[in-house]
Ligand binder design. Structure first.
Ligand SMILES: N[C@@H](CCC(=O)N[C@@H](CS)C(=O)NCC(=O)O)C(=O)O
Length: 218
């Protein structure tokens, strides 16, 4: 397997899921800012020029959600999906895709705070709205995690590996103090040996220079 990857990006979702399956892909590492995701060769693999893309079983799959669904369905022995017919199929699919509802808000905040070449173009209004909208996606997790350890009542699943990257990145923009259940969930996540192995393989993140980004705290 070969994973097209950027440290501390959505490709961490795939790295962690594979680690939970006892697999370590070869990593091909890119940068968001050097144009390497926009070469014709890379666009053949991932048409929007994004990571992750995974070469596996003769396929090149892009979109972290599609990769995750493919892996859990093609490797059901790990029990990390909830396949058709499973009573938790619907909450599983909802949680998998909810991760991207959060993910695009993090991406918007990354664009505003990290990737604009000219920081004076940043909009305080957009930043405040997007941070608030991100917080609004965390509040329902707090409720769900009140009575259970993982997102699904039956236990750990690939819905959790989809969410993991979000909860590493979101605290740069949203304070998690009001969400003790989410904070405990993050600690459980970090305690998993496969998560720790994925972090070792991930490489050093090069985006964030501050622990927390807020308007007026520059
Ligand atoms: N929905 C896609 C989003 C992929 C995505 O946007 N990845 C970011 C890194 S987290 C990326 O490659 N950005 C490069 C760019 O925007 O040029 C997925 O889940 O795989």
């Amino acid at each position: 397997m070969r994973l097209h990857h950027i440290p501390m990006s959505r490709s961490f979702r795939v790295l962690w899921l594979l680690a939970e399956m006892g697999e370590e892909p070869e990593l091909l590492t890119y940068s968001i800012t050097d144009g390497s995701l926009r070469t014709p060769e890379y666009l053949d693999r991932s048409p929007a020029g994004r990571v992750p893309a995974l070469e596996v079983d003769g396929h090149v799959i892009y979109e972290s959600g599609a990769i995750t669904e493919y892996l859990v369905e093609s490797r059901p022995q790990h029990g990390l999906g909830r396949l058709p017919g499973d009573p938790e199929r619907v909450p599983f699919l909802e949680a998998m895709h909810y991760a991207e509802t959060m993910g695009h808000l993090i991406a918007n905040l990354n664009l505003q705070w990290i990737f604009l070449r000219d920081p004076s173009q940043r909009s305080d209004t957009v930043v405040k709205i997007e941070a608030r909208r991100l917080e609004t996606t965390i509040a329902p997790l707090e409720k769900r995690l009140a009575g259970q350890e993982w997102q699904l009542a039956s236990g750990f699943s690939a819905a959790d590996t989809m969410l993991g990257w979000n909860l590493l990145a979101a605290p740069r923009y949203v304070r998690l103090d009001p969400f003790p259940n989410v904070r405990a969930y993050v600690e459980r996540m970090k305690a998993r040996p496969a998560f720790q192995r994925a972090q070792e393989l991930d490489g050093e993140q090069r985006f964030y220079r501050k622990d927390f980004y807020a308007v007026g705290e520059e």
